[in-house]
Ligand binder design. Structure first.
Ligand code: COS
Length: 381
C-alpha cells in the first residue's frame, strides 16, 4: 500500500512521536494545557513546516508524508495532532497558495520556526454556512477597518497570525467575502477565553474578536470576493488531515484494546479467545484499514493535482465515523478499565475523536459536498 520511503517515514515518525509527544499526552488532557513543550522538537524535526518550501525556511514533504505525520501524532496525542493539522493545512497553506510573494516572505519563515498560524471561518452565525459570515471590513484610505468575531479557532491563544474571512461589501445583502492575514499584536484584535471542551483538551480553542481592527491593505489575501472559494479550497485539503487525525486516534484505541484483550484473562483464558471479542477486533482492524486507504488515496490525488475535494470529503467522513466507532468498541472490549481515566488512553481517545466528525465540516456537510459532486457529475453528461 505504501512505498518503501513512506514506510520508512512512518517508522521514523512513530519513533519520534512515541519519544517526544506521548509522554505528555495524559497531562495535557487533564490540565487542559497547550503542548508548549512539543513546539521545539516538532519545529526542529520539520513537522510544523511540512507544506512550506525551503526558500521560506520549510522542510517540505508530499501530502502522504504529511498525512502520516498527523496520523502518528494523533495516535499518541490528539491535541498535538490537531495543532499540527490546523497550522499546516489551514494556516500555512492559504498563505502559500493565495498569498503574494511579500506575504509569503513575511509570514512563512515565522510559521516554519514554529510560530502558529490559525484559520478563522466559523462565527456564532456562520460555520456550516461558510458564506454566512457577519464579520465585515470596510475599505478606508490606507487600511481595512474590520469588526466581528470568529469562534472555535484552533490554537487561537497562541497563533501570531490568523487567516480570516470577512464580508467586504458595503451592501449587507451582498455576500462578497474576502480573506485577510491578521496579526495577534494589532490593537483591536482580542482573544477570548479558552473553551472548555469534551476532548482535545490540550488544544487551545477560543473566540477571536475584532473591534475596529485596522488591517493594512497589503494584508488582503488574493482578490476581493475570492475569500469564500479560498476557504473552501483550503478545507478540501484540511479534511485529509482531519481524516488522518481520526485514523491515528482510532489506531491508538485499537492497539490498546488488542493488547489488553490478548493479555486479560477471565474464565481461565485471555478474553481475546472469545468470539464476541474477536469479531470486535476484526471489525476495528478492517474498518481502520479501509479508512486508511481512502485517506492516503485523497493525499495521492492532491499531490497528483487532480480534483480531490469530493474525495477528501468522503475520506474525512468515513475515517471520522470509523474513528468514533473504533474508540467506542475499544472501550467495549476493555470494560471498566477502558472507561476509567487512569491507566489506558481509550476514554481520552473516545472524547478526542468525536471532533473529527465536526471540525472542518460536520459529517452532514461532507455528505452534502459529496452528493452535490455526484449530482453534478451526471448532469454534465
Ligand atoms: N472549491 C472551490 N470552489 C468551490 C468549492 C470548493 N471546494 N465549493 C464550492 N465552490 C464554489 C462553487 O463552485 C460556486 O462557484 P460559482 O459561484 O463560481 O458558481 C461558489 O463556490 C458557491 O458555491 P455554493 O453555491 O455551493 O455555495 P453554498 O453557499 O451553497 O456552500 C457548502 C455550500 C455547504 C459546500 C459550503 O458552505 C461549505 O463547504 N460549508 C462547510 C464549511 C465548513 O466546513 N465549515 C466548518 C468550519 S471551518 S473549520
Amino acid at each position: 500500500m505504501l512505498e518503501k520511503k513512506h514506510l520508512e517515514y512512518r517508522e521514523k515518525t512513530r519513533a519520534f512521536m512515541e519519544e517526544k509527544i506521548k509522554p505528555l499526552a495524559v497531562a495535557l488532557d487533564l490540565e487542559q494545557r497547550f503542548p508548549e513543550e512539543h513546539m521545539q522538537p516538532l519545529t526542529e524535526a520539520g513537522y510544523l513546516s511540512m507544506l512550506i518550501p525551503e526558500e521560506y525556511g520549510g522542510k517540505p514533504t508530499d501530502t502522504i508524508s504529511y498525512t502520516i505525520a498527523v496520523e502518528e501524532a494523533s495516535r499518541v496525542c490528539g491535541s498535538t495532532g490537531i495543532m499540527l493539522a490546523a497550522h499546516n493545512s489551514l494556516g500555512c497553506f492559504p498563505i502559500l497558495k493565495f498569498g503574494t510573494e511579500e506575504q509569503r516572505k513575511k509570514y512563512l519563515p515565522r510559521a516554519a520556526k514554529g510560530e502558529l498560524v490559525a484559520f478563522g471561518l466559523s462565527e456564532p452565525d456562520a460555520g456550516s454556512d461558510a458564506g454566512g459570515t457577519r464579520t465585515v471590513a470596510h475599505k478606508q484610505d490606507d487600511h481595512w477597518l474590520m469588526n466581528g468575531s470568529k469562534c472555535w479557532i484552533t490554537s487561537a491563544t497562541k497563533a501570531f497570525a490568523t487567516i480570516a474571512s470577512s464580508r467586504t461589501s458595503d451592501d449587507p445583502e451582498d455576500r462578497e467575502i474576502t480573506c485577510f492575514i491578521l496579526e495577534k499584536d494589532w490593537p483591536g484584535y482580542a482573544v477570548g477565553k479558552k473553551e472548555d471542551k469534551l476532548g482535545l483538551r490540550g488544544s487551545d480553542t477560543a473566540f477571536l474578536h475584532f473591534d475596529d481592527l485596522k488591517v493594512p491593505l497589503e494584508n488582503q489575501l488574493g482578490e476581493i470576493g475570492e475569500g469564500f472559494k479560498q476557504m473552501l479550497i483550503t478545507l478540501d485539503g484540511g479534511r485529509i488531515s482531519i481524516g488522518a487525525m481520526a485514523l491515528g486516534l482510532g489506531q491508538g484505541a485499537y492497539e490498546c484494546a488488542l493488547k489488553y484483550a490478548a493479555e486479560r484473562e477471565q474464565f481461565g483464558k485471555p478474553i481475546a479467545y472469545n468470539q464476541a471479542i474477536q469479531h470486535k477486533l476484526a471489525d476495528m482492524a478492517t474498518e481502520l484499514e479501509a479508512a486508511r486507504l481512502m485517506v492516503y488515496e485523497a493525499s495521492r490525488m492532491k499531490d497528483a493535482g487532480v480534483p480531490f475535494g469530493h474525495y477528501s470529503a468522503m475520506a474525512k467522513l468515513y475515517a471520522s465515523e470509523v474513528g468514533t466507532r473504533v474508540a467506542a468498541r475499544a472501550i467495549g472490549v476493555m470494560g471498566a478499565v477502558g472507561y476509567d481515566t487512569g491507566k489506558y488512553p481509550v476514554e481520552r481517545i473516545w472524547r478526542d475523536v468525536k471532533l473529527c466528525e465536526i471540525g472542518e465540516g460536520t459529517s452532514e456537510i461532507q455528505r452534502l459536498v459529496i452528493a452535490r459532486h455526484l449530482i453534478k457529475s451526471v448532469q454534465k453528461v
